[in-house]
Design a protein around this ligand. Structure first.
Ligand SMILES: *Cc1c(COP(=O)(O)O)cnc(C)c1O
Length: 353
C-alpha cells in the first residue's frame, strides 16, 4: 500500500489541527528472550513490541500522540488554559501539563480518587511529582467512578476561569465527546503499517491497553481504514469486557463521524479481554508483578503497574493458552506509564524480586 493511497482513504485525518511534538516513528523491537522464557521448549509466536513508551516528550507514552490533536484544537481555538480530569497518578495529566508548558498554556489538573491508596509514595511521587515540576495547578475530586460528576466539576472550574477572563479548553475523555485523542492512534496505525511494509514483515495479533479506549479505538479504526485486517485485542485496564466492548464500539462510530469516513466494522473487529483486570483500575496483582519482572529481567524493558504491566500480563495469559500460534507474530504496544513505578514502589516486586 502506498502513502498516497492511505492519504486518499482518510482525507480528513491530515486536515485536523495538530501540534507536532512527538518523536516519530517509534521503534519496533523483538522480544526473543521473553519468548524463550514463556516457551522454554521452543515454539510459541514471535513477539514484537512497538515502543510508544518512547514518544519523546515528557517521558513518552501514548498520551503524546493523543494530545497532539487535543492541544492542536486548543491552540486553533485560541485557548490560553487547558483543563483535564483523570486519576491521581495519571500519565495523561503529566503529559498534558508538560506539553501545555511547552506551548505556554496554563494547565489545570483535576485529580479523581480512583484508587484506594493512601500510601505517601502514591500521593507525592511518580506522576504527581512531575505534575508539580511543570507548575500545573492541581485540584481534587473525591470520587473515582463518577465520570459525569467529574465532568461537571471540571466544567465549573472552566466557567470560573472564563469569568476571570481566561480562555479555557477542556479535554474530555468521557464518552459522548468527539474522540479527538483517538486520531493520534489512527495516525499510529498508518505509521505501523508503513513500518511493517518497509520491513517486509507481518503481525498476526496486536495487544493494546483499553482504558478510555482512545488508543484501542484509534488503532483499530486506522488499521481497517488503511486496509489491514490485523486483529486487535484490547486488554481491559479499568472495566470488565462486557462494559468495555460497547464503549469501544460507540467510540468507533464517533471517530467515523469526526473523520467523516466509515471504514465499516464487523462484530468480530472489537475484541476485548479482562483476563488480567484483577480487582480493578490501578490494583496490582501477581500476574502484573510477573509481567513486570519478566519484561525487566529478560528484556530490560520496564512496564508499569497500572497499564502496560496489565496488558503484558493479559497477552502472556493468551499466549500460554495458545491464542497466537507458533509461526505467528504477536505485537505488544508499549504505551508508557513508567513514572507510576515510582508511585507504587516495592509493591510491584514479586517475592523473588
Ligand atoms: C492512558 C494509558 C493507557 C490507556 O489508553 P486509553 O487511550 O485511555 O485507552 C494505556 N497505557 C498507558 C501507559 C496509559 O497511560
Amino acid at each position: 500500500m502506498t502513502a498516497d493511497a492511505e492519504v486518499a482513504t482518510v482525507p480528513h485525518l491530515d486536515a485536523l489541527p495538530r501540534v507536532r511534538m512527538a518523536h516519530l516513528p517509534t521503534g519496533i523491537d523483538e522480544m526473543a528472550n521473553l519468548r524463550a522464557a514463556l516457551f522454554p521448549d521452543g515454539g510459541g509466536p514471535r513477539l514484537l513490541v512497538k515502543r510508544d513508551d518512547n514518544t519523546g516528550v515528557a517521558m513518552g507514552g501514548n498520551k503524546v500522540r493523543q494530545l497532539e490533536y487535543y492541544l492542536g484544537e486548543a491552540v486553533a481555538q485560541g485557548a490560553d488554559t487547558v483543563l483535564i480530569t483523570s486519576a491521581v497518578q495519571s500519565n495523561y495529566m503529566r503529559t498534558c501539563a508538560a506539553m501545555a508548558a511547552r506551548l505556554g498554556l496554563e494547565c489545570h489538573l483535576q485529580k479523581e480518587e480512583r484508587v484506594p491508596k493512601n500510601d505517601p509514595l502514591y500521593r507525592t511521587n511518580g506522576n504527581v511529582l512531575l505534575d508539580k515540576i511543570t507548575g500545573a495547578h492541581l485540584h481534587g475530586y473525591p470520587d473515582g467512578e463518577d465520570e459525569a460528576g467529574a465532568d461537571r466539576a471540571i466544567e465549573e472550574l472552566a466557567e470560573r476561569l472564563r469569568s476571570e477572563g481566561r480562555k479555557p479548553y477542556v479535554i474530555h475523555l468521557s464518552p459522548g465527546h468527539p474522540p479527538v485523542g483517538a486520531v493520534g492512534y489512527v495516525d499510529a496505525a498508518r505509521e505501523l503499517l508503513a513500518q511493517l511494509d518497509a520491513r517486509g514483515d507481518r503481525v498476526d495479533r496486536i495487544y493494546v491497553g483499553s482504558g478510555s479506549a482512545a488508543t484501542h479505538t484509534g488503532l483499530l479504526w486506522g488499521l481497517r481504514a488503511f486496509g489491514s485486517s490485523i486483529p486487535v485485542t484490547g486488554v481491559c485496564v479499568r472495566r470488565p469486557a462486557a462494559q468495555q466492548g460497547p464503549r469501544v464500539r460507540a467510540n468507533l462510530d464517533r471517530l467515523s463521524a469526526l473523520l467523516e469516513h466509515d471504514p465499516g466494522f464487523t462484530e468480530e473487529d472489537v475484541v476485548v479481554t479482562d483476563v488480567s483486570l484483577g480487582p480493578g483500575y490501578g490494583r496490582v496483582t501477581d500476574a502484573i508483578r510477573e509481567a513486570i519482572a519478566l519484561a525487566g529481567s529478560r528484556e530490560g524493558l520496564f512496564v508499569d503497574p497500572v497499564y502496560t504491566g496489565k496488558v503484558l500480563a493479559g497477552m502472556i495469559a493468551e499466549l500460554r493458552e495458545g491464542l497466537v500460534g507458533p509461526g505467528e507474530t504477536a505485537l505488544f504496544v508499549h504505551t508508557g506509564g513508567q513514572p507510576a513505578l515510582f508511585a507504587y514502589g516495592e509493591t510491584v516486586l514479586t517475592d523473588a524480586g
